[in-house]
Design a protein around this ligand. Structure first.
Ligand SMILES: Cc1cc2nc3c(=O)[nH]c(=O)nc-3n(C[C@H](O)[C@H](O)[C@H](O)COP(=O)(O)OP(=O)(O)OC[C@H]3O[C@@H](n4cnc5c(N)ncnc54)[C@H](O)[C@@H]3O)c2cc1C
Length: 463
């Protein structure tokens, strides 16, 4: 079939004006947040119903056409990028929330529901959807499930996986499966719902998700603490975890702080300049808890682990403190950062970070490095900023050569080369540092079951 005939047929499968082939649309929906690959899709289709999704998949199988599921396109691993003439399937028009069940605390979402839309819906019911991160205003539930998104509240609430009660999926053969029926207890064999979470659209499309909600947290209070060195951050984490149930524990370096201050629209937390900062959050539901937090802060100062600190006294202050951490990704995107999103078990973080830092210092002496991340979960974001004198391609090439050393350390510590951003295309050549050949073979066999013709997001996760 010619490309023109493919486009004409697509127009019969969805509403004719829900197929776009203009250059601007191809560029917009053909990429995510990464800048490694040039978008080059054949067309963008916007189904409005599950039946339309099934029709697209069946047609793609007949004609052996590649499909790329597309959510809010905030992904950081090029998993939603269409760089090889694929058809992008966007869920922008399947974005309704329905069937709220107060008893089960569940709600049914179409895949195109924006993460912040679900958070807002939960709030209106007096409840809480806890998966949160800086791109929540654009990312979609389908994309969050595709990446098993984490974010800033994982230490207390876990990843997206924890909040998916049930899924409806259209597999790579066009079959509609209802997975887990929203049950809490269901011991009837393989839980295939879990396979689709984090599958990066390689097994099929999520066309509906029943999401769980939680009780709303009360009187959230944040502290930002400045530490004299990286080694002090983990004892601070332990000291606070001994006394409080934390809802977040994040860290960032002085370079990240300098970039945020450079924006001019976020107030400094305190006057002291520190090499590293920790941001922690808890529910101050009683005076005792607030007093425990202050006593722990004083203990950390006495131990020399903390140089200065501040505790939010109002919602506005809470939000301002969070901006210090939440604005980092967006702010440094100006420098086309090369991102690594690595993790180890929490106890290994200090030794691991020292080794990585030494490698980075040795191999990237001229590059500006910005560290930040969800350190309470063992997840570190290593961002290398592009100097003005290098082209994007030269810069990415230089960064890629050092990956080998970084990922050897990840492997040595039994860690992950991608904690939460996914493998996509940017990390697929490094998968063997985190997964054994036997595991990869099983993963490929699973893909072949759900997607025998390999039409679902080819080239993602595996080469
Ligand atoms: C500023 C910023 C901060 C971020 N912070 C975090 C963070 O703290 N934690 C974190 O985990 N991530 C973070 N991210 C990454 C990103 O927001 C998440 O990976 C998010 O889950 C992607 O959702 P999306 O809707 O944008 O998906 P997309 O980027 O559109 O797609 C992601 C993957 O999901 C697949 N997909 C999309 N829709 C479907 C569907 N309906 N069915 C099957 N597969 C589908 C795509 O094919 C792709 O493989 C951040 C990104 C930015 C830009």
């Amino acid at each position: 079939m010619t490309p023109e005939a493919v486009i004409d047929t697509l127009k019969t499968l969805v509403e004719p004006d829900k197929v776009r082939v203009d250059a601007e649309s191809l560029n917009t929906w053909g990429k995510d947040w990464t800048k490694h690959f040039e978008p080059a899709p054949l067309a963008i289709v916007f189904p409005k119903t599950v039946e339309q999704v099934q029709a697209i998949v069946r047609f793609a199988n007949e004609q052996k056409l590649a499909l790329v599921p597309s959510g809010g396109r905030t992904g950081l691993s090029a998993a939603a990028v269409a760089a090889n003439g694929e058809i992008v399937v966007s869920f922008d028009y399947m974005n309704q929330i329905s069937d709220f069940n107060a008893f089960d605390r569940t709600v049914v979402c179409q895949p195109g529901v924006i993460t912040a839309q679900l958070q807002q819906f939960a709030e209106e019911q007096g409840l809480y959807y806890p998966v949160d991160f800086a791109s929540a205003g654009s990312s979609q539930i389908g994309g969050n499930i595709g990446t098993n998104a984490g974010g800033i509240k994982v230490i207390r609430y876990g990843m997206t996986r924890n909040w998916v009660a049930g899924l409806k999926v259209v597999t790579g053969t066009g079959e509609l499966l209802e997975l887990n029926k929203d049950l809490i207890k269901n011991a009837t064999g393989y839980d295939m719902r879990q396979l689709f979470i984090g599958a990066e659209g390689t097994l099929g499309f999520v066309v509906e998700a029943t999401m769980r909600l939680d009780r709303a947290p009360k009187n959230l209070t944040a502290m930002v603490l400045g530490t004299p060195d990286f080694d002090s951050i983990m004892p601070v984490l332990h000291a606070f975890q001994d006394k409080l149930d934390l809802t977040a524990f994040e860290f960032f370096s002085d370079k990240a702080m300098a970039k945020i201050m450079g924006r001019g629209d976020v107030p400094a937390p305190f006057a002291t300049d520190c090499p590293f900062y920790a941001l922690l959050e808890f529910e101050a539901i009683s005076d005792d808890i607030a007093n425990d937090a202050l006593a722990t802060f004083e203990h950390c100062v006495e131990q020399g682990w903390v140089l200065d600190g501040v505790m939010s006294q109002s919602d506005q202050q809470l939000q301002n403190l969070w901006k210090l951490r939440e604005f980092i990704s967006e702010t440094i995107s100006h420098w086309t950062p090369y991102k690594n999103d690595i993790s180890v078990t929490v106890g290994k973080v200090p030794a691991f970070l020292h080794e990585i830092d030494a490698i980075v210092g040795e191999h990237y002496p001229d590059f500006e490095i910005v560290w930040f991340g969800h350190i309470g979960d063992g997840n570190l974001h290593l961002n290398i900023l592009k100097p003005d004198n290098l082209s994007k391609d030269e810069f990415f090439e230089k960064c890629a050569t050092v990956n080998k050393w970084v990922f050897e350390v990840v492997e040595k510590y039994n860690g992950s080369i991608s904690a939460e951003h996914g493998v996509g295309m940017t990390k697929r050549d490094y998968l063997t540092y985190s997964r054994s050949p036997a595991e990869i073979a099983v993963m490929k066999s699973i893909k072949a079951v759900f997607d025998p013709n390999g039409i679902m997001n080819p080239g993602k996760i595996f080469a």
